[in-house]
Design a protein around this ligand. Structure first.
Ligand SMILES: [Zn+2]
Length: 479
């Protein structure tokens, strides 16, 4: 019996606004707890929320970019529950009128494009942080500390429909969403900082069942690696239960990073448990056509559009996806350089391989201003025209990263130009053959490995100025 897993993902994206969602407190990274607080984000009596316009612009931009329909007459709801890091006893969120509904996002799996349908995109505020001393988990901690710096930071929640079929697809979806919020410049998009936090709803059903299986929610996955492992673990756990006719319980489970298992946290709450009602402190959220049109005008090139542009230069889908998700300057450098060289493969390989590798080694995060696409194409052209070897190209690049040099002048000054004058090379080849008669005999007897030795001798006599492939070709002719 084949089992079919179905996965839905809820992602919280922390926006990069200057101030919090409903008050003037600054959103800053600080080690000091409880620095940025006010009566509103502490939930003190009488404090009133005022929505952050920038955050609403950001979520509208995201919803439009994820192909959602925009709710023009929306509102905020209160999601009621108790937790020490939520002093109001409710979170301001959205219920049946989210900013965006029915969207989709293109994702890449190796060389194919897939679509993940988006159910909703809604606005809410973050809670404070509970620090459970001792074990780090509430059920076994010795004490709990509260930090309200994060309380009220704007969050966008993006919920997919249950359409994802594997952990690999889930990872690719998060990578795409992350790139989207970075390109839209609405979030830092750093997973390690918790800018993107995700939960997965996983169910497993028998292949021919018309209904989805019982849904289990997994929390606490804070990296793509843990997302992938947790999903794989949970699919296997549920499959085993179903195969042995046991019951899968609808619940929320915690991913244990160290033990690499999920464990039960609590039975799954339904939306009725939160007693949602519209927030009487906040006016309705009316998004006018003019507001939406203005946001549309500010949307930059989207990741999927970048991929299409890259594919047009002749790159494969996975190569386009890789470059499209690289930093902006790498993407632009490739496009400009490829336009000059018209050589897709060499340009892609030199930039993503050699150049990025050398920059990493030199611990440089950006390109020096003099390292232009013109200079890079000069190196690529010299290699392609056999004027210099690839090794010399690497040497020129190393120097170009450090100093403002002219690649062709550097090649001349440092004797890197290969001698491609066949008459000249022919003389050298003849000399080498004549002074290595014993080796030549052995090659003729079948020891083909020794060809490399003679090519080496030829390059040595030319002081490295001969292109190895031309030398080999002439040598074989001579033999
Ligand atoms: Zn505040």
């Amino acid at each position: 019996m084949n089992m079919v897993p179905t996965i839905g993902i809820e992602t919280h994206v922390e926006l990069n606004t200057n101030s919090k969602m409903f008050c003037n407190c600054a959103v800053v990274e600080t080690e000091n707890p409880n620095e940025n607080l006010c009566p509103t984000c502490l939930g003190l009596p009488g404090a009133l929320p005022v929505p952050n316009l920038k955050a609403i612009e950001s979520i509208t931009m995201l919803a439009l970019s994820a192909n959602c329909s925009i709710t023009k007459n929306g509102m905020f709801h209160r999601k009621n529950y108790f937790y020490p890091d939520l002093p109001k006893n409710y979170q301001i969120s959205q219920f049946d009128l989210p900013v965006g509904v029915d969207g989709s996002l293109e994702i890449i799996l190796d060389e194919t494009k897939e679509t993940v349908e988006i159910e909703r995109v809604h606005m809410e505020e973050d809670t404070g942080k509970s620090i459970h001393k001792g074990t780090g988990r509430i059920d076994s901690a010795t004490s709990t500390l509260l930090d309200f710096n994060r309380s009220g930071v704007p969050l966008v929640e993006i919920v997919t429909k249950p359409v994802i079929k594997s952990s690999k697809e889930a990872v690719s979806y998060i990578e795409e969403l992350r790139q989207l919020v970075i390109d839209l410049k609405i979030s830092e998009g750093k997973l390690e900082k918790g800018n993107l936090r995700f939960d997965a709803n996983i169910s497993v059903a028998k292949e021919n069942d018309n209904e989805l299986g019982v849904k289990v929610e997994i929390k606490n996955m804070n990296s793509l690696r843990s997302l992938e492992k947790a999903i794989d673990y949970e699919i296997e756990r549920q499959t085993k239960l179903i195969e042995s006719n046991e019951v899968v319980i609808q619940e929320t489970r915690h991913w244990d990073e160290d033990k690499e298992v999920t464990s039960s946290m609590r039975s799954k709450e339904g939306s009725a448990d939160y007693r949602y009602f519209s927030d009487p402190d906040l006016p309705n959220m009316i998004l006018t056509d003019e507001f939406i049109d203005n946001i549309k005008k500010t949307i930059p090139t989207l990741p999927s559009e970048k991929r299409d542009k890259l594919s047009e230069t002749g790159l494969s889908i996975s190569e386009s996806n890789y470059l499209g998700k690289s930093e902006e300057w790498i993407y632009n450098l490739y496009l400009k350089t490829q336009k000059i060289t018209s050589d897709t493969k060499s340009t892609y390989n030199l930039i993503t391989g050699e150049l990025q590798g050398q920059l990493r080694k030199a611990e440089m995060e950006e390109l020096p201003e003099w390292l232009t696409s013109e200079k890079l194409s000069e190196i690529i052209k010299m290699i392609n025209e056999n004027k210099i070897s690839f090794t010399s190209g690497k040497e020129i690049l190393t120097n170009l990263i450090q100093n403002e040099i002219s690649p062709s002048k550097y090649a001349e000054d440092n004797n890197l130009i290969q001698d491609n004058d066949s008459d000249e090379i022919a003389k050298i080849v003849k000399n080498v053959v004549e002074s290595n008669t014993e080796v030549v005999e052995r090659i003729k007897d079948g020891e083909e490995k020794l060809v490399g030795f003679l090519v080496g001798q030829i390059i040595k006599s030319s002081k490295g100025n001969i292109n190895p492939s031309i030398a080999k070709e002439l040598l074989l002719k001579e033999l």
